[in-house]
Design a protein. Structure first.
Lengths: 492, 351
């Protein structure tokens, strides 16, 4: 009985030896996991990967387009070696689909010059594979891109995972390649020299994605006496202005923290209550007072306020100057919206992609929004003959909103039509230093003095429909009291 | 201040809160009350106690009074009673208002649709109903359900699903209980509209265990739900006429016979073995809820040389030795496992 068992034992040992010699552990590998707090696809829908040796030699490139939130976190592997330490530098650029320019090479420019003057380079470095020049023809626009470099160093037989978070505060901050190898990491937007990324040996843990979380915070308290829905913060691509500003052909990515915005423009009744019951003093000559009935179609005369309560209490208040409008908001603990807040609410909040109008991308019909109700140069407005002339109330006799299609997902009415609205910001093109030097989070171009013209946003009852596109930027002197201009407040 | 209150009501209107409902409802109640009053006075003279119009009017007025106290459930019952006696578009509209207030959104959609289809609905209420439909459509939950097996009965919160004209299955329209005979059968994959909030789903199919799934749905969400119906058990008893025989099912040794165990319905390969006996082998089909008994009769084997244990052991060792030696001498250099490539399936290799 013993001999056959000894044969069996011996042959099993031979098998075990042979098999164990052919089975190695996991491959040397760094799994690079990429996540972002920017919204996708609204701001991030493409990622470009470029891989370099540590001396700056570019040897691989790859693009992923049409990404959405469900694609994050992304991950890929860098293969290591069983005998020597391996180092590659991976440049990761996240941006919106189509936000590209012709390839000019990596010519690092510190913020904010990135936005001011993205210079053309000399076309270097080049990507050479197998002796052929396969350099991509395009590169992401720096001003719309989170640009990050990761140092991936893998020791022999090391096996681990590194999580790279692309922070929205870094949009527009270019990375600097060899020999500096620096890039922006987080909210302070300071560039950091890329040291070898720490590899976590636990390869299986999948981080919860943070996509879209930037700017989101607790909603401020509801203001007294005003309905002001919460606009959950986020990031979006500001502009470009419909007027076109060549220095920012595709806009600029910015972050808006959560705020509240009044659901309508301030009404005649609200202003009357503020003055008679809440102790607000608008000052002499702060607003125009109209006659009853209103002049039918002259924006310069159509002031909705009356000396005594009358039939226009539920009209939006027009003919108010900039300073009393802002002081009204301050009186209730709020402020005029910045251009960025106004545009975010009108085009992007709670939407996967930016829309032309508060309700979407469909141009308005005359019943959808309050516009086209004046004669311009003697020609009746687009809706004047169908809907009538002059401003109208916000609500009908039953308290139901008029032109209710002009509503954002949060229930904010009449951003497209009704009255053109004062913003807090001064008139300046997007490529003015005032805007370029503004931070990515809550950018603003506040007035320097009372003589400056101020930005107005949105169309009015007198506007042609082209003005209703929410990226349209208008302007007016601070002392103007126009029948097509009103305001609403935000609360931060 | 009066103007301000009026303004406030307007804002509530677009936000769909209780104040708005009352503003809307008040006008509709007045309208219908007028109609019903005229109808009652003209027809009630002959039979004042049994005229359904009179009773319908009374129910309607009671519903209106209950609405003033925001007693939506009681008001809905009153309007339903009125509608049962004398269907009218405005009553149906008011039912929708109550259902909307109670969070019965799918029922509210149904009511508003019925009201709109009725030409008797006044234009103002028709516009309101259409606006409510837009609001409700954004608020209901859509669930894309996928089952591994087609269920024959689906109950959501105890009620079967109805099917609307657009082909969607809708929860909350039919009363609790088993599905009516003409209820639509859901396929293995289908979409259902339901109210936001917690729900209990029960799916049944003959031969399978009842499936119960609990979930809480967020307002306006659209989610996918994959559910699996598991086959029901059967009882398998295996015994042997020979003591100490070992029972194996699908290659798994279960111990000495007799063996009794519950198994999911399906096909099984049973073997009963004992040294010196010819192994019993058989295929068993176990139906859901059935009991199958297998009694194995083992016969003593006559053992040729090839059945002697040492014959095959020696032969196996010899063959294994040759194979192993050949493999060790001729094997390729060992390779490491491949990197994973992550979600992109992309592996960067340094040149």
């Amino acid at each position: 009985m013993k001999q056959p068992f000894s044969y069996l034992t011996m042959s099993s040992a031979v098998f075990a030896l042979a098999c164990s010699a052919g089975t190695l552990g996991p491959a040397p590998e760094a799994l690079i996991v990429i996540d972002t707090n920017l919204p996708s696809p609204r701001v991030i829908s493409s990622v470009r990967f470029d891989v370099y040796k540590s001396d700056g030699t570019w040897f691989e490139s790859r693009s992923e387009d049409n990404l959405t939130a469900k694609n994050f976190p992304l991950s890929f592997s860098v293969a290591g070696s069983t005998s020597v330490s391996t180092t590659v530098m991976v440049r990761i650029r996240a941006f919106a689909n189509g936000a590209l320019r012709n390839y000019t090479g990596n010519h690092f420019q510190p913020w904010p010059d990135t936005v001011a003057s993205p210079q053309a380079g000399d076309g270097l470095p080049r990507l050479i594979v197998g002796g052929a020049d396969v350099t991509p023809l395009t590169e992401p626009l720096p001003e719309l891109t989170v640009d990050r470099v990761v140092n991936v160093t893998i020791a022999p037989n090391q096996h681990g995972r590194a999580v790279v978070r692309l922070d929205g505060a870094c949009v527009g901050h270019m990375a600097e390649l060899a020999p500096a190898w620096t890039s922006c990491h987080a909210a302070d937007a300071m560039r950091v020299r890329e040291e070898p990324a720490t590899l976590d040996a636990d390869m299986n843990r999948r981080p919860t994605s943070m996509v879209g979380s930037i700017g989101q915070s607790t909603c401020p308290p509801a203001p007294k006496g005003h309905v002001a829905p919460c606009v959950t913060g986020g990031a979006f691509i500001l502009g470009p202005s419909t007027a076109g500003e060549p220095a920012m052909p595709k806009g600029r990515a910015v972050v808006v923290p959560t705020f509240r915005m009044m659901s309508t423009e301030v009404t005649v009744a609200q202003m009357r209550t503020a003055i008679t019951a809440d102790g607000f003093h608008p000052g002499d000559g702060s607003m125009g007072v109209g006659t009853v009935p209103l002049p039918p179609d002259d924006p310069n005369e159509a002031c909705t306020m009356t000396y005594a309560p009358g039939p226009r209490e539920s009209f939006a208040l027009s003919c108010i100057k900039y300073d009393p409008a802002r002081r009204y908001c301050n009186h209730y603990g709020g402020d005029l919206p910045t251009e960025v807040e106004w545009e975010f609410a009108a085009t992007s909040a709670d939407r996967d992609s930016k829309t032309q109008y508060p309700w979407g991308d469909t141009p308005p019909k005359c019943t959808d929004a309050i516009f086209g109700r004046a004669s311009l140069s003697g020609v009746p407005g687009a809706c004047a003959q169908e809907m009538g002339y002059g401003p109208i109330a916000i609500v009908d006799d039953n308290g139901l909103a008029l032109a209710a299609v002009d509503t954002t997902p949060q229930g904010i009415l009449h951003l497209a039509g009704g009255l053109t609205e004062w913003t807090r910001d001064a008139v300046a093109p997007w490529d003015d230093r005032c805007w370029l030097d503004a931070p990515t989070i809550s950018p603003s171009c506040a007035p320097a003095d009372a003589t400056k013209k101020m930005r107005l946003r949105g169309g009015s009852w007198a506007s042609p429909n082209g003005t209703l596109v929410s990226t349209t930027r208008l302007e007016g002197p601070q002392t103007a009291a126009n029948g097509g201009v009103g305001f609403r407040c935000v609360f931060r | 201040m009066g103007a301000k209150k009026f303004y406030g009501a307007g804002i509530l209107a677009i936000r769909g809160t209780r104040g708005t409902r009352w503003v809307t409802l008040r006008s509709s109640l007045t309208f219908l009350a007028t109609i019903l009053t005229l109808a009652a006075t003209s027809s009630a003279r002959g039979a004042p106690s049994v005229d359904p119009k009179v009773q319908a009017r009374a129910d309607f007025v009671r519903g209106a009074d209950l609405v003033k106290d925001a007693s939506w459930a009681e008001a809905l019952s009153a309007f339903e009673a009125s509608y049962a006696r004398m269907p009218h578009a405005v009553t149906r509209f008011n039912m929708g208002i109550c259902e909307r207030a109670l969070g019965k959104l799918t029922r509210a959609i149904h009511s508003f649709r019925l009201a709109i289809e009725d030409p008797a609905l006044p234009a103002g209420l028709r516009a309101d109903a259409q606006r409510f439909l837009v609001e409700l459509d954004a608020a209901v939950v859509r669930v894309d359900m996928k089952f591994n097996e087609t269920p024959t009965v689906i109950l959501l919160d105890g009620s079967p699903l109805a099917r609307d004209r657009d082909g969607w299955f809708v929860a909350g329209l039919l009363p609790p209980g088993p599905p009516p005979l003409d209820a639509p059968l859901a396929p293995a994959s289908f979409s259902v509209i339901m109210d936001p909030g917690p729900h209990v789903l029960v799916a049944q199919r003959s031969g399978f265990r009842d499936l119960t799934h609990r979930a809480s749905m967020a307002r306006g969400s659209h989610i996918e739900l994959s559910l699996s119906l598991l086959k029901a058990d059967g009882l398998l008893r295996i015994s042997s006429d020979t003591p100490n025989a070992v029972v194996t099912i699908d290659g798994v040794r279960l111990g000495e016979a007799p063996v009794e165990l519950r198994k999911l319905a399906g096909n099984y390969r049973v073997a009963v073995t004992k040294l010196g006996f010819v192994t019993y082998r058989g295929d068993v089909r176990l139906a859901p809820g059935a009991t199958v008994e297998v009694r194995a009769r083992l016969q003593k084997e006559t053992v040729p040389i090839t059945r002697k244990w040492w014959f095959w052991t020696v032969a196996s060792v010899a063959v294994a030795g040759v194979v192993a030696t050949t493999f060790v001498l001729a094997r390729p250099a060992p390779e490491a496992a491949q990197p994973t490539g992550g979600t992109l399936g992309w592996i960067v290799r340094a040149p």
